[in-house]
Ligand binder design. Structure first.
Ligand code: BEZ
Length: 387
């Protein structure tokens, strides 16, 4: 009896394998194009850790496929982006590209992805155009648009009674888009941005600009910096004695993954983001525990976005039994996915961008503490997306 059952089981397994095309039995090639050096290095590493954590939690396979990783350090350099993504697509022949952090780099990647019809999942870079005029069936984002996180900061600053603000950021797509979205949210609540300051990416010579803010005396400052640049900016802002006289606001990138290095300087800073360090949901608790256990590090928003990129890919693969040649069905499965994210469950807009709550957070100790939902279920306007 036992022997007959074993034979039947083996036959069923063989039939299942035969039903899968040969390619679906091979390892899925995932190309990670991320910054592993420079001011965004920690962000790239956290994204990769988050992605691999999800795969590890699924027993090393998603949608029935084992994964083989290929990595390229994009150095957050837009000038090298086309060549770098070409290495993954043409040399390594990856099935999917996951990347990147920097908005300028992602725009070059998106062009190549569109031209070569490569599946691209973006785990950070917020360039509005990616899910606007550049939107495409094969391009998905597991993170945010620049507009989403900074618009909410403007809404909050106005709600808190500020009437004037200065903005300060790096001069590149993400900086420009975040400053403009803050201005929009702030204006909606009656506020006015009186000065827009910037410096070239990834510069950290903030002193002259901080002196200008001190002499302008706005009610508040809005700043977008991230990674190493954010650490230096927050410390310099506090050292200039501005924290009390001109309260600092920003999208959460200003204080995410940076608090140990920012220390006392960051205490009390209010930011808006789709993640916080103590969200009241079970998924986040298990994600944080798993991440801390695996990497001996606390996760941040970048780790969560990497984790969600793997979940999104997993949803697509499960929809086609691991067979990526069924591209149209895979895309349908990704579009329909409800991602059980550490940020709270989310779905994608028609333009393939997360629709998610934006939280107000306050720095306390080494934590971005959840205060409230600043804007509920915020969807990027996706202006110009024709899909
Ligand atoms: C960006 O370039 O889109 C970006 C980089 C770091 C944090 C957030 C956005």
């Amino acid at each position: 009896m036992k022997r007959r059952q074993t034979i039947a089981l083996t036959a069923a397994l063989c039939a299942g394998l035969l039903a899968m095309p040969a390619t679906a039995q091979q390892k899925l090639k995932v190309g990670l194009m991320l910054p592993y050096t420079g001011t965004f290095a920690a962000l790239g590493n956290a994204i990769e850790n988050g992605f691999k954590l999800y795969v590890q939690e699924q027993g090393g396979k998603i949608g029935g496929r084992e994964i083989e990783y290929f990595r390229v350090d994009d150095e957050s350099d837009p000038a090298k982006a086309t060549d770098n993504v070409g290495k993954l697509i043409n040399r390594d022949k990856v099935d999917v590209v996951v990347g990147t952090v920097h908005s300028g780099v992602v725009m070059a990647m998106a062009k190549v992805a569109r031209d070569s019809n490569t599946l691209l999942i973006v785990p950070n870079a917020g360039a509005n155009a990616l899910t606007g005029p550049m939107c495409a069936p094969n391009i998905f984002r597991s993170s945010f648009s620049n507009w989403q996180s900074a618009y909410a900061a403007g809404v909050v600053a106005a709600e808190r009674g500020h009437k004037t603000a200065a903005s300060i950021t790096w001069k590149y797509a993400a900086g420009d888009e975040m400053a403009s979205a803050f201005k929009e949210g702030f204006a909606k609540g009656g506020g006015k941005v009186v000065k827009e300051l910037n410096l070239p990416f990834p510069g950290v010579e903030f002193q002259a600009l901080l002196t200008e803010i001190a002499s302008l005396k706005p009610d508040a400052t809005f700043a977008f910096f991230a990674g190493g640049g954010a650490v230096k900016f927050v410390k310099d802002y506090a050292a200039a004695g501005l924290m009390k006289s001109v309260p600092l606001y920003g999208p959460g990138f200003l204080t995410d993954g940076t608090l140990e290095a920012q220390g006392a300087a960051a205490q009390g800073v209010l930011t808006t983001l789709h993640y916080a360090d103590d969200l009241p949901n079970a998924k986040d608790k298990s994600f944080r525990l798993g991440y801390a256990k695996t990497y001996k590090l606390q996760p941040d928003v970048y780790a969560a976005q990497g984790y969600d990129a793997a979940q999104l890919l997993g949803a697509g693969l499960s929809g086609v039994n691991g067979d990526v040649s069924r591209r149209a069905d895979m895309i349908k499965a990704m579009e329909a996915a409800k991602i059980d994210s550490p940020r709270g469950a989310f779905t994608l807009s028609k333009a393939h961008n997360p629709v998610h709550d934006i939280y107000l957070r306050k720095v306390e100790g080494n934590s971005n503490k959840y205060q409230k939902v600043a804007v509920k279920a915020l969807a990027d306007p996706a202006t110009g997306c024709k899909m």
